[in-house]
Design a protein around this ligand. Structure first.
Ligand code: SAM
Length: 362
C-alpha cells in the first residue's frame, strides 16, 4: 500500500530571534498595522494536543501515535503567557481567547485564567470541544472566565463520531454545554464547521435544536488552514447557502454587528427564536477588519491564521529580554503587518505550506 505523505510546515526547530528595534518606544494602546488595522484580539494556543482527531483539522493520518507533539518545556509557562498578555494589552488588546489543540487538556488552566482576568479591561474567553466541561466548568467560572464557545459539528452520532474520529458521542458534548450553562458561562456560542458532503445535512437539525435555547449557533465555512486537511473549494458550503437553507424552514432577518470587525454576520429568527451567526472566511473575506494576533503553544507570534511563519517571542523571554524590548518587538511586528490571505486565496495559495491550526490556535 502506498502511504500518503503530507508535508507540514514545521517551524518548531527554527529558532531565529526577532530583531530588537534600536529605539524602544512606549506602547500607546493604539498600535496599527500597515493597513491601519488595530490589534484588539489575541488568540493563545495553550496546547497543541487534542482529544479529538477531527478529520478536517488533526487527521489521524498525520497526528498519529508517532506524531511529535511539543515537549512540556517548549510550552509557554502561565507566567510567560501572562507577561506577554500584559504587553499586548498595553498595545490595545482587549480580548483574549484561549484555544489549542484542546485547551482544557492543559493542566490547571483555571490558574492561567485567574492571572489573565487580573489584566485591567481584559475579556477572557475559551474555545473548547466541550468534553471536559462537566469536570471543569465550575472551576473555570470561579477563576473568572465569562463565556465559552463550544465546537459541535453534528447532532447525528454516526456523523459526529466519524468527524471527531475518536468515537466521541454527541451526548458528551451536549453534557459539556449543559455544564457550562449551569456554571453561568453563557451566552454559549456553538461553532459548527460545515463541510459539504460530510455534515451539511446537519445544518437544519442543528438550527432546530438550538433555536430558543439561548445559545448562539454559528456556522463556519471550511477553511484551508494548515497543510493536512486536503481542502478544496468544492467542500465549502457558502454561508449564503446556509442562511438560505435555514431561512426556508425558519425565516431569518439580518441584524447589525455587535461591534466593528465582528467576524460573524448575525441573523435572528423572525419569530423571536434567538440568533445565529455565519462566519464566511472563504466566501466573504474579512481581512480588512481583522484585528487578531495569534500566539502559538510555544510562543511564536503569528499575524494571520494562514501565516507561513511566526516570530519567536519565547526565545526573547528566555534570553532575559526586558518588557520594553519585548513590547517594542511586538510593536514592530504588528506595524509591519500586511497580511490579507483570505482576500487573495486561490487554489495556489491553498496548497502553500501553512501552520497547523492545532499549533497556531483555532
Ligand atoms: N479544541 C477546541 C475546539 O474544538 O473548539 C479549540 C481548537 S479548534 C482548532 C477551534 C475551532 O476551529 C473549532 O471550532 C474547529 O471546528 C475549527 N476548525 C478547525 N479546523 C478548521 C477548518 N479547516 N476550517 C474551519 N474551522 C476549523
Amino acid at each position: 500500500m502506498t502511504q500518503r505523505v503530507i508535508p507540514l510546515a514545521d517551524e518548531r526547530q527554527l529558532r531565529q530571534l526577532p530583531a530588537i528595534p534600536a529605539e524602544l518606544p512606549a506602547p500607546t494602546g493604539q498600535l496599527l498595522d500597515s493597513r491601519g488595522r488595530p490589534i484588539k484580539d489575541l488568540r493563545i494556543s495553550v496546547t497543541d494536543r487534542c482529544n479529538f482527531r477531527c478529520v478536517y483539522c488533526m487527521p489521524k493520518a498525520v497526528f498519529d501515535k508517532d506524531y511529535a507533539f511539543l515537549p512540556r518545556e517548549s510550552l509557554l509557562s502561565f507566567e510567560e503567557i501572562t507577561r506577554l498578555a500584559r504587553l499586548f494589552a498595553a498595545h490595545g488588546v482587549t480580548k483574549i481567547r484561549l484555544t489549542g489543540g484542546e485547551p482544557l487538556l492543559r493542566r490547571n488552566l483555571e490558574k492561567l485564567i485567574a492571572q489573565l482576568v487580573e489584566i485591567p479591561d481584559m475579556e477572557v474567553t475559551l474555545t473548547t470541544n466541550g468534553v471536559l466541561l462537566p469536570k471543569k466548568a465550575a472551576a473555570l467560572k470561579a477563576a473568572g472566565l465569562k463565556r465559552v464557545t463550544v465546537s459541535l459539528d453534528s447532532l447525528d452520532d454516526a456523523v459526529f463520531r466519524a468527524m471527531n474520529d475518536m468515537d466521541v458521542p454527541v451526548s458528551d458534548v451536549l453534557k459539556g454545554i449543559e455544564a457550562a450553562e449551569a456554571a453561568g458561562l453563557g451566552p454559549i456560542k456553538i461553532n459548527m464547521v460545515v463541510k459539504r458532503g460530510l455534515n451539511d445535512q446537519e445544518i437544519l437539525p442543528m438550527a432546530r435544536r438550538f433555536r430558543g435555547s439561548g445559545h448562539i449557533l454559528r456556522f463556519i465555512e471550511f477553511m484551508d488552514v494548515g497543510s493536512s486537511n486536503g481542502w478544496r473549494m468544492d467542500d465549502v458550503v457558502p454561508s449564503a447557502e446556509v442562511v438560505q437553507r435555514i431561512h426556508e424552514a425558519f425565516p431569518l432577518e439580518q441584524i447589525d454587528p455587535n461591534y466593528t470587525g465582528e467576524v460573524a454576520e448575525r441573523w435572528r429568527y423572525a419569530d423571536g427564536g434567538g440568533e445565529i451567526g455565519v462566519i464566511s472566511s472563504v466566501t466573504q473575506a474579512f481581512c480588512s477588519t481583522c484585528t487578531r494576533a495569534r500566539l502559538s503553544t510555544e510562543g511564536r507570534l503569528y499575524t494571520c491564521l494562514f501565516a507561513q511563519s511566526g516570530h519567536d517571542l519565547r526565545a526573547l523571554m528566555r534570553a532575559q529580554r526586558s518588557d520594553a524590548e519585548l513590547s517594542a518587538v511586538i510593536g514592530q511586528i504588528w506595524s509591519g503587518r500586511s497580511d490579507r490571505y483570505s482576500e487573495i486565496r486561490s487554489a495556489e495559495t491553498a496548497s502553500l505550506r501553512k501552520i497547523e491550526m492545532s499549533y497556531i490556535g483555532g
